[in-house]
Design a protein around this ligand. Sequence first.
Ligand SMILES: Nc1ncnc2c1ncn2[C@@H]1O[C@H](COP(=O)(O)OP(=O)(O)OP(=O)(O)O)[C@@H](O)[C@H]1O
Length: 250
Amino acid sequence: MSHIVEARDLTIRLGGKTILNKVNISIRCNTISVIMGPSGSGKSTLLRVFNRLIELNPEAEVSGEITIMGRDIYEWNPYELRRHVVLVQQEPTPFPNLSIFENIALPARLNKVARSREELEKLVRWSLEKVMLWDEVKDRLWKPPTSLSGGQKQRLCIARALALRPNILLLDEPTANIDPVNTLKIEESLKELKNDITMILVTHMPHQAARIGDYVYVLYNGGIVEEGPVNDVFIHPRHEVTIKLLERVF
Ligand SMILES: Nc1ncnc2c1ncn2[C@@H]1O[C@H](COP(=O)(O)OP(=O)(O)OP(=O)(O)O)[C@@H](O)[C@H]1O
């Protein structure tokens, strides 16, 4: 399957206001697709449609057709969908009262990703290694995550998401408040994960999009005003909004 997410005529209204109007978007498998756009253009809202988290907002109205892995998202059980399509938010949100180990193990266990203690331990280690955090926390796995830095907490949240073995990661400005060293570690991890996972990344940072993105979609005024391979769009941007985003005018 070349396209893992397909949305046709996707219209989203929030509180009666149209945020996206008849948008078509196709996301290729095993790529990092970057969503850019000025503040308020609907980037986070779009991510939240893909795993139906938007339904938690009673003011949201969504129409159009969305398929994920060839299946209409409304045919999925939303909890099952959210195991395959996992959101990582801008603010790291580890469970403060659980140990570092349990932060990753609990959702994996609840979702029956690991069936034995041995499998679970392997999964926790694998997830932490994928985000280059294992060496930093292996001696304090049973401590709460409160002593971790912001960047380490965010990598823990990405590890927690990975332990669900998702097909798609939705990343909503995951490094917006993270220091440069942790940002590079996260970017490196995401690039390496592409063989297994498709990623949709919202970022305000053109440099990040250039470093790790494959395709870019620029949202503005309810639609996609420009899209294409990052290398093409960034070298020859055609729409004035893309040009301003690249110059960081917004
Ligand atoms: N419940 C709501 N009712 C009405 N409008 C809403 C509601 N929730 C969000 N919005 C509006 O929807 C628009 C899209 O918001 P969204 O957070 O998706 O934008 P964004 O592009 O991710 O912005 P940012 O870059 O600032 O995070 C914004 O104008 C926001 O004010």
